[in-house]
Design a protein around this ligand. Structure first.
Ligand SMILES: [Zn+2]
Ligand SMILES: [Zn+2]
Ligand SMILES: [Zn+2]
Length: 142
């Protein structure tokens, strides 16, 4: 599957700078979630002066636009993940090998309605991330 990263950035009203394009391409090529430090390391050959603050800023822009997903890890390190699935869905993440799997369907829309009814308010969005061990890692741990 190939992506038009320049179009994605355009849809967020972000200029398709070489650095933004490189960060997006790198994330899309990774199977699992990656840390800002990983990204800086891997792009150092291409951009000798790429600083961590710049990487953080780019990741923040992309996550705010919904193109990439922020992964909250219990180790308190921040990670990011690119998923090509644009449907509303959630992720199962392996805490050990960083693999990410799409969860089919949502299952939370009913709860949104209940919460709206209970609070008298209006639910606008929700976040769900399921943490665990993937099949391989669970077998290894057993
Ligand atoms: Zn795993
Ligand atoms: Zn996904
Ligand atoms: Zn959902």
């Amino acid at each position: 599957m190939s992506y038009r990263f320049d179009e994605m950035l355009k849809s967020l009203k972000l200029k398709a700078t070489p650095k933004r394009l490189a960060v997006l391409a790198l994330l899309a090529a990774e199977e699992g979630y990656v840390s800002p430090e990983d990204i800086r390391c891997k792009l150092q050959g291409e951009f000798a002066r790429l600083g961590l603050p710049t990487v953080y800023r780019i990741l923040d822009e992309l996550a705010a636009g919904g193109i990439i997903t922020k992964i909250i890890h219990p180790n308190r390190q921040l990670y990011y993940y690119f998923c090509g699935n644009t449907e509303h869905h959630h992720h199962f993440i392996c805490l050990s090998c960083r693999r990410v799997e799409d969860l089919d369907g949502c299952g939370l829309h009913g709860m949104d309605g209940e919460i709206a009814a209970k609070t008298g308010g209006k639910v606008l969005s929700h976040i769900l991330q399921v943490n665990g061990l993937c099949r391989d890692c669970a077998e290894e741990a057993a």
